[in-house]
Design a protein around this ligand. Structure first.
Ligand SMILES: Nc1ncnc2c1ncn2[C@@H]1O[C@H](COP(=O)(O)OP(=O)(O)OP(=O)(O)O)[C@@H](O)[C@H]1O
Ligand SMILES: [Mg+2]
Length: 501
């Protein structure tokens, strides 16, 4: 359990908000107050996120913090604002968007550096368009749990500090209740924040924003011959690494619009996301995405496409198509390098050989044919013994082998894998430990989220908190929660997640 740092804030008045983003000229945002919710209550908090900004996690349950993180009380020094941005949605230019329900309070300096705190679902803003400015408890729980789960998996992400709720009714497909999730990130600037100014031919604002991002988050790039080109290259690299991370755990974002792409390469906006269960490379997690633009396989190319949209927006500053192209060309090599590194670790291969790619591809091919559960497969792979002299491998490998409908295909692949493992120095035991440290036992399966959401709708938040505790340590054994690592139950096959949030 992380402990709170000495001197952790126990009242909101002990928070000292800085104004990094708010110091930009007014064109970039609208200052406004969050809209209070009636009788807010505490739902859950992340002590790990709290430690990052020096807040005593226990204090988050207190009325004064609940008021602050619902938007009912604005602490001294905070300068609440909603930022403007635009973006491409499902590949089509959508024009102006902006924080339609997210309100930035300001930033806090903590042990891990500067973090902005943003209330998602805190009321209407000038960018709300037809929306009500609210988020529902269901979607806030999903965002809260997945942000913290991804952080624990080592994938760059925005964080979630706390969720509060209110009985105020909110209309979605059915009537739900309002909730606010407080997110944290060094910055919430998006690709779409740059597209916004480029689309309006406003080079001055474009430059101010790019300079702010470079000076604050990428100071090393300042001395480069063309810092804007280097910014594009670095964001492209980070995006490629983030998506390699997604692919390696079977995470599907669901709405990779350019307004949901972070300029820091963080996973941003947990809406209709999903973790791959029965493996299908073309799986689409978002029910609304009928064309499958954001399917598991397409995420890789879409990440690149989104970087092109950013590159296009930065072009007036980079001032050379060739230079921008060069910056964008780092994407595939960086993605493949990172994915290769992650997959080697997932297979317990500490060395690299020429045939490894074919071996790994072979595994994905048989996973696809048998629609094997992604998480269970990699977790059980760690149990495979390199040598089983004279023994019946079918029996020994049963828990792993039985995940495949086509067992002969698995047997064939296992022969190749064993032959490869013989050239690894690690013992079975050492390899298993290493593999269990990178292949999670627990991921946020949709049905798990659904179960704790249903409990929460009945006023019981213990499930959210328990699931968070498990997802914070996804590589460990949690004997009391063995069931959460199992294959999804039959009813889960009918779960659909959409953009409604
Ligand atoms: N209920 C709502 N009220 C007002 N605006 C909304 C609402 N839901 C979505 N929007 C706005 O619609 C646009 C696209 O929505 P999207 O679902 O990508 O974002 P989001 O989930 O609200 O926020 P974020 O990207 O900050 O996580 C954004 O401008 C967003 O602020
Ligand atoms: Mg969004």
């Amino acid at each position: 359990m992380p402990v709170s740092p000495p001197g952790a804030a126990i009242t909101p008045d002990e928070l000292t908000f800085g104004s990094g983003f708010a110091a930009l000229p007014p064109a970039f945002y609208t200052r406004l107050m969050p809209t209070p919710l009636p009788a807010p209550y505490f739902v859950a908090s992340s002590s790990r996120a709290a430690a990052l900004v020096g807040i005593d996690p226990q204090a988050l349950e207190q009325e004064d913090f609940v008021a602050v993180f619902t938007g009912n009380r604005v602490p001294d020094g905070a300068q609440p604002l909603a930022a403007v941005y635009s973006g491409h949605q499902f590949g089509v230019w959508a024009g102006q968007l902006g924080d339609g329900r997210a309100i930035l309070l300001g930033d806090l300096d903590g042990p891990a550096g500067r973090m902005e705190l943003q209330l998602k679902g805190a009321g209407k803003t000038p960018y709300s368009r037809m929306g009500d400015g609210r988020a529902v408890l269901r979607s806030s729980i999903r965002e809260f749990l997945c942000s913290e789960a991804m952080a624990a998996l080592g994938i760059p992400t925005t964080r979630a500090l706390v969720i509060t709720g209110s009985n105020q009714r909110v209309m979605r497909e059915t009537i739900e209740t309002a909730s606010v999730v407080t997110r944290m990130a060094p910055s919430f600037v998006r690709f779409g924040s740059f597209e916004h100014w480029h689309s309006r031919d406003r080079e001055e604002e474009l430059r101010v924003l790019a300079d702010y991002v470079i000076d604050t988050f990428y100071p090393d790039l300042r001395s480069a011959a063309n810092p804007y080109k280097e910014l594009l290259a670095e964001v492209t690299r980070r995006t490629a690494r983030m998506i390699a991370g997604w692919q390696s755990v079977g995470f599907m974002h669901g709405v990779m619009n350019t307004d949901n792409m972070s300029i820091l390469g963080l996973t941003l906006d947990y809406g209709p996301f999903g973790f791959m269960e029965a493996f299908d490379v073309n799986h689409i997690c978002n029910h609304t995405d009928q064309g499958g633009r954001y399917s598991y396989a397409n995420q890789v190319a879409v990440g690149h496409w989104n970087c092109y949209a950013l590159g296009n927006a930065l072009l007036p500053l980079i001032d050379s198509v060739d230079a921008a192209q060069e910056a964008l060309d780092v994407y595939m090599p960086e993605f493949e390098r990172k994915l290769d590194e992650l997959l080697h670790a997932k297979l317990g291969l500490a060395t690299v050989e020429e045939g490894d790619r074919a071996l790994i591809d072979g595994l994905f091919t048989i996973m696809q044919a048998s629609h094997v559960d992604f998480t269970l497969l990699f977790r059980r792979l760690g149990d495979l013994q390199r040598e089983v002299p004279g023994a019946d491998t079918a029996t020994i490998d049963a828990p792993l082998r039985d995940l495949f409908i086509d067992r002969a295909a698995f047997d064939e692949w296992a022969v190749r894998y064993r032959a490869r493992l013989v050239r690894e120095a690690a013992s079975d035991e050492a390899r298993r430990t290493a593999m269990n440290g990178v292949n999670p036992k627990y991921v946020l399966r949709n049905y798990l989220a659904q179960q704790v959401i249903e409990q929460a709708h009945n006023g019981d938040y213990s499930g959210v908190r328990e699931l968070l505790a498990v997802l914070e340590q996804p590589f460990d054994e949690h004997p009391a929660h063995e069931a959460w690592a199992a294959l999804p139950p039959d009813w889960a096959a009918h779960l659909e997640v959409s953009c409604s949030s």
